[in-house]
Design a binder for this molecule. Sequence first.
Ligand code: 1GP
Length: 233
Amino acid sequence: MIVDIRKWKHVFKLDPDRDISDEALDRLCLSGTDAILVGGSSGVTFDNTVDLLSRIRQYEVPVALEISNQEAIVPGFDLFMIPVVLNADDPKWIVGQHHEALKEYGALLNWDEIVAEGYIILNKDATAAQLTAARTDLDAKDVAAYARMADKLFHMSIVYLEYSGTFGDMELVRRTRQVLENARLLYGGGIDSLEKAQQAADAADTIVVGNIIYSDLEQALQTVNVNFDRNGR
Ligand code: 1GP
């Protein structure tokens, strides 16, 4: 399946390391979301990723893998998303892991199925922030500079503002989106209601809904009803 991420507005992110019932998965996959993104910051293995992929594959919804470790690269996804953490202090998360993976698999990859994501992690308490030693104390100008770096310097198709676990600063999200010319702005973090989904949708191009799936499925499903026509793109 050829996947066009430019059409994605709403995405559910599922963590292979967390349990989800068949019934919940059924409702998520049939919800009308644009895609399911599989990924997590810890405990992601080849086995739990294969298991989740095979369950999602019973549905027509596009499914992408956000690769966070080399051992959990599972073939068969529609798209592979590679985070490059622009504000990581540990270079392993900017180019180090990528270098290792390309040494191993570089000649085998189908580049049409791969996109780089310029990640900017902004919640200092998020597991991903700690893992990558991200510098999260950034103002709007800092974030804009990283966003332009991803968009104009590195020609990445995605800039991902990651507030995982907390709802972010929507004014900063809006301002960041304004500096992008080609890249799509994904926002993720703390969307736990339709109201917050709408605020994020008014500021970003695509919203990513994660944790609430596991704590309040009904609220998570509500977020699909967000209206994207209000943000002028
Ligand atoms: C996590 O950006 C996603 O990578 C979504 O964040 O889990 O806080 O919804 P939440």
